[in-house]
Design a protein around this ligand. Structure first.
Ligand SMILES: [Zn+2]
Length: 281
Protein backbone atom coordinates (compact mmCIF):
# COMPACT_ATOMS: atom_id res chain seq x y z
CA UNK A 1 0.00 0.00 0.00
CA UNK A 2 2.83 2.39 0.88
CA UNK A 3 4.24 1.58 -2.56
CA UNK A 4 1.04 2.92 -4.15
CA UNK A 5 1.22 6.10 -2.10
CA UNK A 6 4.78 6.58 -3.26
CA UNK A 7 3.50 6.73 -6.84
CA UNK A 8 1.63 9.98 -6.13
CA UNK A 9 4.67 12.28 -5.64
CA UNK A 10 6.95 10.35 -7.97
CA UNK A 11 4.74 9.68 -10.99
CA UNK A 12 1.21 11.09 -10.75
CA UNK A 13 1.99 14.69 -9.76
CA UNK A 14 4.95 15.10 -12.17
CA UNK A 15 2.79 13.61 -14.97
CA UNK A 16 0.01 16.11 -14.26
CA UNK A 17 2.49 19.00 -14.23
CA UNK A 18 4.09 17.87 -17.49
CA UNK A 19 0.67 17.59 -19.10
CA UNK A 20 -0.29 21.06 -17.96
CA UNK A 21 3.04 22.48 -19.13
CA UNK A 22 3.24 20.87 -22.56
CA UNK A 23 -0.39 20.39 -23.50
CA UNK A 24 -2.75 22.68 -21.63
CA UNK A 25 -0.78 25.94 -21.48
CA UNK A 26 0.22 26.02 -25.17
CA UNK A 27 -3.45 25.70 -26.08
CA UNK A 28 -4.85 28.19 -23.60
CA UNK A 29 -7.13 30.53 -25.51
CA UNK A 30 -5.99 28.77 -28.66
CA UNK A 31 -9.00 29.00 -30.82
CA UNK A 32 -10.29 27.17 -33.81
CA UNK A 33 -13.19 29.30 -34.92
CA UNK A 34 -15.17 29.37 -38.12
CA UNK A 35 -15.50 32.84 -39.71
CA UNK A 36 -18.96 33.61 -38.24
CA UNK A 37 -17.46 33.26 -34.75
CA UNK A 38 -14.45 35.46 -35.50
CA UNK A 39 -14.37 39.26 -35.12
CA UNK A 40 -15.30 41.33 -38.19
CA UNK A 41 -12.45 41.66 -40.69
CA UNK A 42 -13.01 45.39 -41.06
CA UNK A 43 -12.00 47.20 -37.89
CA UNK A 44 -14.60 49.89 -38.53
CA UNK A 45 -17.48 47.42 -38.78
CA UNK A 46 -19.98 47.31 -35.91
CA UNK A 47 -19.47 44.48 -33.38
CA UNK A 48 -20.69 41.05 -34.37
CA UNK A 49 -23.65 39.84 -32.34
CA UNK A 50 -23.55 36.22 -31.15
CA UNK A 51 -26.78 35.01 -29.56
CA UNK A 52 -26.52 32.26 -26.96
CA UNK A 53 -29.82 30.40 -26.55
CA UNK A 54 -30.02 28.52 -23.24
CA UNK A 55 -32.76 26.76 -21.28
CA UNK A 56 -32.09 27.82 -17.68
CA UNK A 57 -30.23 30.43 -15.65
CA UNK A 58 -26.79 28.87 -14.86
CA UNK A 59 -26.47 27.10 -18.26
CA UNK A 60 -24.36 30.05 -19.43
CA UNK A 61 -21.56 29.46 -16.92
CA UNK A 62 -21.89 25.71 -16.26
CA UNK A 63 -21.66 24.82 -19.95
CA UNK A 64 -20.75 27.79 -22.17
CA UNK A 65 -18.23 29.85 -20.15
CA UNK A 66 -15.15 29.00 -22.30
CA UNK A 67 -17.11 29.95 -25.45
CA UNK A 68 -18.42 33.24 -24.04
CA UNK A 69 -15.07 34.30 -22.58
CA UNK A 70 -13.18 33.15 -25.69
CA UNK A 71 -15.47 35.07 -28.05
CA UNK A 72 -15.28 38.26 -26.00
CA UNK A 73 -11.53 38.12 -25.50
CA UNK A 74 -10.82 37.23 -29.12
CA UNK A 75 -13.19 39.98 -30.23
CA UNK A 76 -11.41 42.72 -28.25
CA UNK A 77 -14.59 44.81 -28.13
CA UNK A 78 -15.75 43.83 -31.62
CA UNK A 79 -17.82 40.82 -30.54
CA UNK A 80 -21.00 41.09 -28.49
CA UNK A 81 -22.57 38.09 -26.75
CA UNK A 82 -26.26 38.20 -25.95
CA UNK A 83 -28.24 35.62 -23.99
CA UNK A 84 -31.76 34.39 -24.59
CA UNK A 85 -32.85 32.15 -21.70
CA UNK A 86 -36.09 30.36 -22.49
CA UNK A 87 -37.18 29.72 -18.89
CA UNK A 88 -36.84 31.43 -15.53
CA UNK A 89 -35.65 28.18 -13.91
CA UNK A 90 -38.75 28.12 -11.77
CA UNK A 91 -38.85 24.35 -11.09
CA UNK A 92 -38.44 25.01 -7.34
CA UNK A 93 -40.36 28.29 -7.29
CA UNK A 94 -37.20 30.43 -7.36
CA UNK A 95 -37.71 31.96 -10.79
CA UNK A 96 -37.36 35.62 -9.75
CA UNK A 97 -34.18 34.92 -7.77
CA UNK A 98 -32.71 32.97 -10.65
CA UNK A 99 -33.33 35.76 -13.17
CA UNK A 100 -31.32 38.09 -10.94
CA UNK A 101 -28.61 35.46 -10.53
CA UNK A 102 -28.39 35.07 -14.31
CA UNK A 103 -27.98 38.80 -14.80
CA UNK A 104 -25.23 38.90 -12.16
CA UNK A 105 -23.48 35.89 -13.66
CA UNK A 106 -23.60 37.39 -17.16
CA UNK A 107 -22.19 40.67 -15.80
CA UNK A 108 -19.21 38.72 -14.41
CA UNK A 109 -18.72 37.01 -17.78
CA UNK A 110 -18.75 40.37 -19.59
CA UNK A 111 -22.31 40.39 -20.93
CA UNK A 112 -24.32 43.58 -20.39
CA UNK A 113 -27.52 43.26 -18.37
CA UNK A 114 -29.58 44.75 -21.19
CA UNK A 115 -28.32 41.94 -23.43
CA UNK A 116 -29.82 39.23 -21.22
CA UNK A 117 -33.42 38.23 -21.94
CA UNK A 118 -35.36 35.68 -19.90
CA UNK A 119 -38.71 34.37 -21.12
CA UNK A 120 -41.49 33.31 -18.79
CA UNK A 121 -43.67 31.26 -21.12
CA UNK A 122 -45.97 28.56 -19.69
CA UNK A 123 -45.27 26.51 -22.80
CA UNK A 124 -41.57 26.47 -21.85
CA UNK A 125 -41.55 25.26 -18.21
CA UNK A 126 -38.35 24.41 -16.32
CA UNK A 127 -39.11 20.72 -16.14
CA UNK A 128 -36.79 17.81 -16.89
CA UNK A 129 -39.80 15.76 -18.01
CA UNK A 130 -41.21 18.38 -20.40
CA UNK A 131 -40.23 18.30 -24.06
CA UNK A 132 -40.57 21.83 -25.37
CA UNK A 133 -42.22 22.02 -28.79
CA UNK A 134 -39.79 22.97 -31.60
CA UNK A 135 -42.28 25.47 -33.01
CA UNK A 136 -42.47 27.32 -29.66
CA UNK A 137 -38.67 27.53 -29.40
CA UNK A 138 -38.37 28.54 -33.04
CA UNK A 139 -40.94 31.32 -32.61
CA UNK A 140 -39.18 32.62 -29.50
CA UNK A 141 -35.81 32.67 -31.31
CA UNK A 142 -37.28 34.26 -34.42
CA UNK A 143 -39.04 37.04 -32.48
CA UNK A 144 -35.91 37.74 -30.46
CA UNK A 145 -33.55 37.82 -33.46
CA UNK A 146 -35.92 40.19 -35.26
CA UNK A 147 -36.15 42.41 -32.17
CA UNK A 148 -32.34 42.65 -32.09
CA UNK A 149 -32.31 43.43 -35.80
CA UNK A 150 -30.42 40.29 -36.82
CA UNK A 151 -27.55 38.31 -35.33
CA UNK A 152 -24.28 37.10 -36.84
CA UNK A 153 -24.45 33.64 -35.28
CA UNK A 154 -26.44 31.64 -32.80
CA UNK A 155 -25.15 29.03 -30.31
CA UNK A 156 -27.15 26.47 -28.33
CA UNK A 157 -27.00 22.86 -27.04
CA UNK A 158 -26.70 19.79 -29.26
CA UNK A 159 -29.23 16.95 -29.39
CA UNK A 160 -27.80 15.37 -26.20
CA UNK A 161 -27.84 18.65 -24.29
CA UNK A 162 -24.60 17.86 -22.35
CA UNK A 163 -26.58 16.57 -19.36
CA UNK A 164 -29.45 14.98 -21.26
CA UNK A 165 -31.94 17.42 -19.66
CA UNK A 166 -35.04 17.41 -21.88
CA UNK A 167 -35.16 21.22 -21.99
CA UNK A 168 -31.55 21.37 -23.27
CA UNK A 169 -32.11 18.66 -25.89
CA UNK A 170 -35.32 20.33 -27.10
CA UNK A 171 -33.37 23.51 -27.91
CA UNK A 172 -31.46 21.69 -30.61
CA UNK A 173 -34.67 20.59 -32.33
CA UNK A 174 -36.18 24.05 -31.90
CA UNK A 175 -33.19 25.83 -33.44
CA UNK A 176 -33.12 23.38 -36.35
CA UNK A 177 -36.80 24.19 -36.85
CA UNK A 178 -35.90 27.89 -36.75
CA UNK A 179 -33.19 27.44 -39.41
CA UNK A 180 -35.73 25.85 -41.74
CA UNK A 181 -38.46 28.49 -41.35
CA UNK A 182 -39.65 29.77 -44.71
CA UNK A 183 -38.00 33.11 -45.39
CA UNK A 184 -38.70 35.45 -48.24
CA UNK A 185 -35.47 37.41 -48.52
CA UNK A 186 -33.17 36.66 -45.59
CA UNK A 187 -31.09 33.61 -44.79
CA UNK A 188 -30.93 32.21 -41.25
CA UNK A 189 -27.83 33.07 -39.22
CA UNK A 190 -25.18 30.35 -38.89
CA UNK A 191 -26.18 28.20 -35.91
CA UNK A 192 -23.79 26.16 -33.76
CA UNK A 193 -24.38 23.46 -31.15
CA UNK A 194 -22.25 22.74 -28.08
CA UNK A 195 -20.95 19.22 -28.55
CA UNK A 196 -21.79 16.76 -25.76
CA UNK A 197 -19.21 14.16 -24.70
CA UNK A 198 -19.27 10.79 -22.95
CA UNK A 199 -19.76 10.57 -19.18
CA UNK A 200 -16.09 9.75 -18.57
CA UNK A 201 -14.83 12.64 -20.72
CA UNK A 202 -17.27 15.02 -19.08
CA UNK A 203 -15.38 14.84 -15.79
CA UNK A 204 -11.78 14.95 -16.95
CA UNK A 205 -11.30 18.74 -16.78
CA UNK A 206 -8.24 19.93 -18.72
CA UNK A 207 -7.30 16.36 -19.60
CA UNK A 208 -10.15 16.23 -22.09
CA UNK A 209 -8.24 18.70 -24.25
CA UNK A 210 -6.31 15.86 -25.85
CA UNK A 211 -9.50 14.03 -26.87
CA UNK A 212 -11.11 17.28 -28.08
CA UNK A 213 -8.22 18.59 -30.13
CA UNK A 214 -6.93 15.38 -31.71
CA UNK A 215 -9.74 14.85 -34.29
CA UNK A 216 -9.65 18.50 -35.39
CA UNK A 217 -5.85 18.59 -35.58
CA UNK A 218 -5.87 15.34 -37.58
CA UNK A 219 -8.47 16.78 -39.96
CA UNK A 220 -6.40 19.95 -40.47
CA UNK A 221 -3.14 18.06 -41.02
CA UNK A 222 -4.74 15.63 -43.50
CA UNK A 223 -6.39 18.48 -45.42
CA UNK A 224 -3.10 20.40 -45.55
CA UNK A 225 -1.17 17.34 -46.73
CA UNK A 226 -3.64 16.85 -49.57
CA UNK A 227 -3.78 20.57 -50.43
CA UNK A 228 -7.51 20.60 -49.80
CA UNK A 229 -9.26 23.76 -48.63
CA UNK A 230 -10.26 23.46 -44.98
CA UNK A 231 -13.91 24.23 -44.37
CA UNK A 232 -13.95 24.84 -40.62
CA UNK A 233 -17.44 24.08 -39.40
CA UNK A 234 -16.50 23.91 -35.75
CA UNK A 235 -14.91 26.00 -33.05
CA UNK A 236 -12.87 25.00 -30.01
CA UNK A 237 -12.52 27.34 -27.06
CA UNK A 238 -9.99 26.69 -24.30
CA UNK A 239 -10.34 28.66 -21.09
CA UNK A 240 -7.21 30.14 -19.55
CA UNK A 241 -6.72 29.82 -15.77
CA UNK A 242 -8.04 33.42 -15.52
CA UNK A 243 -11.13 32.45 -17.54
CA UNK A 244 -11.71 29.44 -15.29
CA UNK A 245 -11.57 31.77 -12.27
CA UNK A 246 -14.08 34.10 -13.96
CA UNK A 247 -16.41 31.17 -14.72
CA UNK A 248 -16.21 30.08 -11.07
CA UNK A 249 -17.04 33.61 -9.96
CA UNK A 250 -20.00 33.66 -12.37
CA UNK A 251 -21.24 30.35 -10.98
CA UNK A 252 -21.02 31.74 -7.44
CA UNK A 253 -23.67 34.30 -8.46
CA UNK A 254 -26.11 31.37 -8.76
CA UNK A 255 -26.29 30.97 -4.98
CA UNK A 256 -29.66 29.19 -5.09
CA UNK A 257 -28.04 26.43 -7.16
CA UNK A 258 -24.77 25.90 -5.30
CA UNK A 259 -25.47 22.44 -3.89
CA UNK A 260 -22.52 20.10 -3.24
CA UNK A 261 -22.60 18.30 -6.59
CA UNK A 262 -22.32 21.58 -8.49
CA UNK A 263 -19.00 22.22 -6.72
CA UNK A 264 -17.86 18.86 -8.07
CA UNK A 265 -18.95 20.02 -11.53
CA UNK A 266 -16.90 23.20 -11.18
CA UNK A 267 -13.81 21.22 -10.17
CA UNK A 268 -13.97 18.29 -12.55
CA UNK A 269 -16.06 19.26 -15.57
CA UNK A 270 -14.30 19.72 -18.90
CA UNK A 271 -17.09 22.19 -19.83
CA UNK A 272 -15.50 24.68 -17.42
CA UNK A 273 -12.30 24.44 -19.51
CA UNK A 274 -13.09 23.27 -23.04
CA UNK A 275 -16.02 23.88 -25.39
CA UNK A 276 -16.43 22.51 -28.88
CA UNK A 277 -19.22 23.89 -31.05
CA UNK A 278 -20.23 22.46 -34.42
CA UNK A 279 -22.37 23.95 -37.17
CA UNK A 280 -25.97 22.73 -37.13
CA UNK A 281 -26.82 21.48 -40.62
ZN1 LIG B 1 -30.03 23.81 -17.81
Amino acid sequence: MSFLWALVPTIVIPSLLLYALFFYYPHVRYLFAPPPLQPPLNENSPPKIILLVIAHPDDECMFFAPTILGLLENGKGRMEVRVLCLSTGNASGEGKTRIKELENSCAVLGIKREHVTVLDNPELPDDSNAWWKPVTISTAANVHVKAIGGVDALITFDSRGVSGHFNHCALYDGIRYYINLPRSSTTPPPCYALKSVTLVRKYTSIFDLFATLTPTMTHLVLAASQNEPVAMQRGIFVASPKHIGTAWKAMRQHRSQLVWFRWLWLIFSRFMVVNEVARIR
